[in-house]
Design a protein around this ligand. Sequence first.
Ligand code: AMP
Ligand code: ZN
Length: 137
Amino acid sequence: MDNCIFCKIIAGDIPSSVIYEDEDLKVIMDIYPAARGHAIIITKKHFENIFELDDDVAKKVLIVAKKVGIALKDELGCGGINLLQNNGETAGQTVFHLHFHLIPRYDGDNVTIKWITGKYEDGEALELAQRIGARIK
Ligand code: AMP
Ligand code: ZN
């Protein structure tokens, strides 16, 4: 993809601070970190979002997230880590090449991942679950 910043990072045309790399994934430091050690796992192949992701690569992402997460925790001594991922502009995606954030968390840090909880009417959650479930291919 000619105009994709992450494709350029994968190709080595734009420099990055690389934590880990294999045939399918590259893990780099996020250039604008939400917290110290904020890393992103980038697929080497250009998928726009998770809906396009190959099953073979999908299987590897969580294994790498686990390994890098442990390394981050060991090195940084953070209290926890958020693994998060945005699909679509509405969901906060700004770079349209699939990636997964690993955000180390520290007591009193400036990261906010928050929502106001809602409620379902009686039976609504089950009905919705069944309708969504029926669409799974
Ligand atoms: P998202 O908003 O989920 O699409 O995340 C895109 C992330 O890419 C942001 O956290 C940016 O800080 C990060 N980012 C953008 N350009 C670069 C770059 N050249 N090197 C490393 N991270 C980048
Ligand atoms: Zn790309």
